[in-house]
Design a protein around this ligand. Structure first.
Ligand code: PLZ
Length: 452
């Protein structure tokens, strides 16, 4: 088979795809096997993949592979296709913009859609202060720029990140990311002036939010010092690190301390942003107003786009020409973002995420009550997780986690894991998934767990 021969079963993506779990081969099927053999030969092993099938279409709540297998999607390509893959409004906007112009470079000849995305971000992110936004290509690039801006504004250098934090794979963001394997191991030296402190992990530290914040602040104060500290960066709900929801009062205490000490508070909402958690931004759930917010993933339904949004006086600290990049705010990505943002705002997607939280809790909490291997069910909106532990010791159980994800996949359910210890199963369905399909996916997960 060649690239020009995608096979007779290639369906059209988007919500028009039949919304069903339907396996016609064992996974991976023969066509996927062929394509993945070419991957092994052509792509370095460092670029891994979780699901060993070659996708040809996606939409609603399914991903269809090259053999015609239809899998239930509980991952949204890591929280990206929140509005649904190939959402009709997004497809239409991309097609129209692509026909008009694909690129001029915003730093050469600006265009309105970039400005409209910035205006939308300035309006939608927490707080009613004056804001400005700059656009980039990836979450890591947004984080890099947030740190650049905070350093320029404060004239200081140090940055504090947290245990279990994830901020990307570029050099500075590797330094900010906590977990060594697979993200950092052997790739150093890392950027200097990055410090790490413990955050709030209620299942494991049993600290109140204020107590966890006091612990972190004491360490920051003693080991870094506010006089040297440009920024504190944190994911309001930690993503890759394990969908860790901080205890009440933790984030406000950290944000207050930053404000009182001339430190820029950066909320990394790359994974938690854009309706994912049942609020437009997770910061809202904790009553915090960050100085800077980084976004990506859900912002443009799969087109590469990212942003830094923040207080106008901080954002304007960078000198003329100090921020940018060839592709940042590409017009096709901006068109997709405007369509996705329209869907987030006008199609009831925040309420939909809240509904999916109720649905997920309604299924996962009874499982946890009956199974001591589930240490905790946690999360918000359509960003929920189960942490697996040894019932006797509480030790992380990565083997069980991997076995459940593997068994679910064999039954046609894409299920992602996460966590510093690899012992967390995360549920990140597209908000477009039909309820009955999500239930069916959860049935598969429940029986995968029961049989182990
Ligand atoms: N900040 C909070 O979740 C990306 C990483 C997948 P990029 N998370 C998925 C992987 O293994 O590479 C992420 C995030 C938070 C930053 C990032 C980085 O975003 O768009 O992957 O650069």
């Amino acid at each position: 088979m060649t690239l020009t021969d995608p096979g007779p079963t290639t369906p059209t993506g988007g919500p028009g795809l039949p919304q069903r779990r339907h396996l016609v081969t064992a996974l991976p099927g023969p066509r996927s096997q062929q394509i993945l053999a070419r991957k092994v030969a052509a792509v370095p092993q460092g670029v891994g993949h979780t699901v060993p099938v070659a996708a040809v279409a996606a939409g609603g709540g399914v991903v269809v592979d090259a053999d015609g297998n239809s899998l239930i999607d509980l991952g949204s390509g890591i929280a990206v296709t929140t509005v649904g893959a190939s959402h009709p409004k997004v497809v239409e906007a991309i097609q129209a913009q692509a026909a008009q112009f694909t690129h001029t470079c915003f730093m050469i000849s600006p265009y309105e859609s970039y400005i409209a995305v910035a205006e939308a971000l300035n309006r939608l992110t927490p707080g009613d202060h004056d804001k400005k936004s700059a656009l980039f290509n990836s979450g890591a690039e947004a984080v890099e720029n947030a740190v650049k801006i905070a350093r320029k504004y404060t004239g200081k250098q140090a940055v504090v990140a947290f245990d279990h934090g994830y901020h990307g794979r570029t050099n500075l963001t590797m330094a900010l990311t906590a977990k060594s394997m697979p993200y950092k191991s052997g790739f150093g030296p890392f950027a200097p002036e990055v410090y790490r402190v413990p955050g709030s992990y209620p299942l494991r530290d049993a600290l109140s939010g204020p107590d966890a914040a006091a612990r972190a602040i004491t360490l920051i104060d003693k080991q870094v010092g506010a006089d040297n500290l440009a920024a504190v960066i944190i994911e309001p709900i930690q993503g890759e690190g394990g969908f860790i929801v901080p205890a009440d009062g933790f984030l406000p205490a950290i944000a207050d301390w930053c404000r009182a000490n001339g430190v820029v508070f950066i909320a990394d909402e790359v994974q938690s942003g854009f309706a994912r958690t049942g609020a437009m931004f997770a910061s809202e759930l904790f009553g915090i107003v960050p100085d800077l917010v980084t976004t990506a993933k859900g912002i443009a339904a799969g087109m590469p786009l990212a942003a830094v949004t923040g207080r106008a006086e901080i954002m304007d600290a960078a000198h003329l020409g100090g921020l940018g990049g060839t592709y940042g705010g590409n017009p096709v990505a901006c068109a997709a973002a405007l369509a996705a943002i329209d869907a987030f705002e006008n199609d009831g997607l925040i309420e939909r995420a809240q509904h999916l939280e109720r649905l997920l809790r309604g299924r996962l909490e009874p499982l946890a009550a009956a199974d001591p291997r589930i240490g905790e069910v946690r999360g918000r909106g359509a960003m929920m997780a189960m942490e697996f532990v040894d019932p006797d010791t509480g030790a992380p159980d990565a083997a069980l986690t991997a076995a459940v994800a593997k068994a679910a996949l064999a039954e046609g359910v894409i299920l992602l894991t996460c966590g510093t210890h690899g012992n967390v199963i995360r549920f990140l369905p597209p908000l477009s998934i039909p309820d009955d399909l999500l239930h069916e996916g959860l049935d598969v997960v429940a029986s995968a767990l029961a049989s182990r």
